[in-house]
Design a protein around this ligand. Sequence first.
Ligand code: HGY
Ligand code: MN
Ligand code: MN
Length: 444
Amino acid sequence: MSNLSIDGERLLARLRALGELGRGADGKLTRLAASAADKLGRDQFVQWAKALGLDVRVDRIGNIFALWTEATDPKAAPLMLGSHIDTVIDAGIYDGCYGVLAGLEVVETLREAGFTPCRPIVIAAFTNEEGVRYAPDMMGSLVYSGGLAADAALAVKGADGSVLGEELARIGYAGAEEPGFLKPDAYIELHIEQGPVLEREGLAIGAVENLQGISWQRITIEGVANHAGTTPMALRHDAGHAAARIIAFLHERASASPSGTVATVGTIAFEPNAINVIPARATFTVDLRDPNEECLAAEEQALAEYLKQIAQEQGVAISAERLARFAPVTFDAKLVAEIESAADARGLSARAMTSGAGHDAQMIARIAPAAMIFVPSIGGISHNPKEFTPETDLVAGANVLLDVVKRLASPRACGHCRPAPPSSPCCASAASCASAACETPPAA
Ligand code: HGY
Ligand code: MN
Ligand code: MN
């Protein structure tokens, strides 16, 4: 079974099919969490999982779990694979979906090959990883790992005024399982890098060893609406101008950061939003990230001080609401080494690296050893319909996932290995059972 590989065409066909679900009349792909479009993707994943004979469960926050329970020890803690299938607005087809569908492909390949895992294997599709409609992001895995109460998450009001719990019920994914009902033995997430590193260095695989900290805030500036033509510049309390100063401050500070801070203002709205009215109110979001916790906290502090300064200078009132705050995460070194050795065994170039993006793995790392496998993103582009990873890289990444899963679910990994019968050409003692060649599951 050592030269087993996934069925690349089957994986790619599913990726393309899922990528068609949730496209608007304009052809743009948008499957925001708990939307009707999200339901289309969810239903498709559930259908593929059930067709594979997997046991599909849904928890209260709508996380979907497809379980392969035919293991030599069905009661053992499961090996969890997965990611998310919700998307941002006008998205690419790989972010999240690749990891969920590669997990399905790995299970299908192992079942076809007659491999019996020593422990159950479960593929997770976590709710609302993107956080575009409901903050914070990685919400489903955050709730699953105990970082946010399910009831609090279900009550979250979305950017569109909807309530997450009501929306999940509406699309039929308000599940019965308690979040956290399966405690994974380990979690491996395969994902596109969404950044420029692997492509720039000509590498096939990233073994992700850590993930940067994330700080999301909503800033509201209360100025004074006034006539655009009659109000002298010195008498204005222009919420729009104050917002522009803050946005420029964030960009300049992050660009000069020695620790790689990144800052983004991705949404902004003015009120009353009229061409000839000085904005009375500006509301915008700030996404700050840094691999170093102290640096991230320092950036938050610098912003808080600048908000005070601008409020004073411009005669406006400024308030900040925290939407998400996650400290940097370090993944499990043994799993990272497994990933590197699996890539090496396939002759794939690899390096350890940091994730710039947030992922469900950073949440599941709170309850189990976790790590990630990256494949290159062309041009480092993501959260953009131009997001692209060559098919050879997609297949290579899924094969690395396959090999890591085989090792983590082999009899040896579960300590199930017993001395092979003396007649076996393999090994005659428990000690040599530890060798790769002697993975003999206990007699049925
Ligand atoms: O924001 C992120 O990094 C992730 O895509 N949710
Ligand atoms: Mn993602
Ligand atoms: Mn994303």
